[in-house]
Write a protein that binds this ligand. Structure first.
Ligand SMILES: [Zn+2]
Length: 246
C-alpha cells in the first residue's frame, strides 16, 4: 500500500489549487456534476511528489512515513497528468513538481473570491505557462495560433508560439482585456488594436481596428508610446499599408 494520502489530505490538496490540475499547461477542472443530482464527478488525483513506496517514482528513503503521506508531499493533478508524471520521473523531477505546485497555489490564490471573467486589472490573471490566444493580431493566421505565457517582464509579457520558436513581446498597455474563463482554454488576450511584429527583434506596431477616415492609421488609445524608446527598440508606429508582408 505504501504511505498513501488520506481523504482529508486529498481534499486539502484539491482545494488548495481550486480543483484544477497543477500542470501549468493544463489547469483542467477536476470536479463537476454527475447526471445524478446528488453526486459529483472527480477526475483529479493526489499524486506523490516522492513515491509512497520503495521503487516508486522519485522515492525518497529519508522521509518519514508521515512526511510521505502529508500534504507537503502531494500535488493535485488531472488523471492524464497524474499518469504522465509517474511514468516519466526523470522529466518530472521533484523540483519540477514542487515548482508546479507552488505556481498552481499562487494562481489559485488570485482566483479566490473573484468572478470568472475579469474585465478590470486585465493583466492580473496571466501566469507563466498559461495558454493564450491573441486577438486581433497580424498576420491574421496567427489569430488561430496558441501561444503560452513564457515570462512576465513587468511592463510586458513574452508570449511563445506553440511548436515554434517565435516569441512576441506585448506591452501590458496594449492589452485591453483578458478573458480567462475558468473552464475555457486558452485564455483570450484582447489587444487594444491590431498588432504586427516586424522582425524577431521585438519590433511591433499596433493599429486600431478601423483606421480613422482616410488611409492614415492612428494608434489606439492607452498605447504606451514610450515603450519602444525605453526598450531601445529600433521601431516605430506606422501605417499598415507600409508593413512588410510576412
Ligand atoms: Zn492536467
Amino acid at each position: 500500500m505504501g504511505d498513501d494520502f488520506s481523504d482529508v489530505v486529498k481534499r486539502v490538496l484539491a482545494s488548495r489549487v481550486g480543483n484544477r490540475c497543477s500542470d501549468p499547461g493544463c489547469r483542467a477542472l477536476t470536479s463537476g456534476p454527475q447526471d445524478d443530482p446528488a453526486k459529483a464527478v472527480n477526475v483529479g488525483v493526489a499524486a506523490h511528489i516522492t513515491a509512497a513506496s520503495p521503487g516508486g517514482p522519485r522515492y525518497d528513503p529519508d522521509l518519514l512515513p508521515e512526511e510521505r503521506s502529508s500534504p507537503g508531499n502531494g500535488i493535485w493533478l488531472c488523471q492524464n497528468h497524474g499518469k504522465l508524471v509517474d511514468n516519466d520521473p526523470n522529466r518530472f523531477s521533484v523540483d519540477v513538481l514542487k515548482k508546479w505546485k507552488a505556481d498552481a497555489e499562487a494562481e489559485a490564490r488570485t482566483w479566490v473570491g473573484k468572478t470568472a471573467v475579469s474585465l478590470s486589472a486585465p493583466t492580473g490573471h496571466l501566469s507563466i505557462g498559461a495558454k493564450v490566444r491573441i486577438i486581433p493580431i497580424i498576420p491574421q493566421e496567427h489569430e488561430q495560433s496558441d501561444f503560452s505565457v513564457e515570462a512576465d517582464e513587468g511592463d510586458y509579457f513574452v508570449f511563445r508560439e506553440e511548436d515554434s520558436e517565435r516569441r512576441i513581446e506585448i506591452p501590458k498597455s496594449f492589452i485591453e482585456k483578458i478573458h480567462n474563463l475558468s473552464y475555457s482554454k486558452p485564455a483570450l488576450v484582447h489587444l487594444s488594436g491590431r498588432l504586427q511584429w516586424i522582425s524577431r527583434k521585438r519590433i511591433f506596431v499596433l493599429f486600431p481596428e478601423k483606421p480613422p477616415n482616410g488611409s492614415q492609421y492612428g494608434v489606439a488609445k492607452d498605447v504606451d508610446f514610450g515603450y519602444p524608446v525605453r526598450f531601445s527598440i529600433n521601431g516605430t508606429f506606422g501605417r499598415e499599408d507600409r508593413l512588410p508582408v510576412s
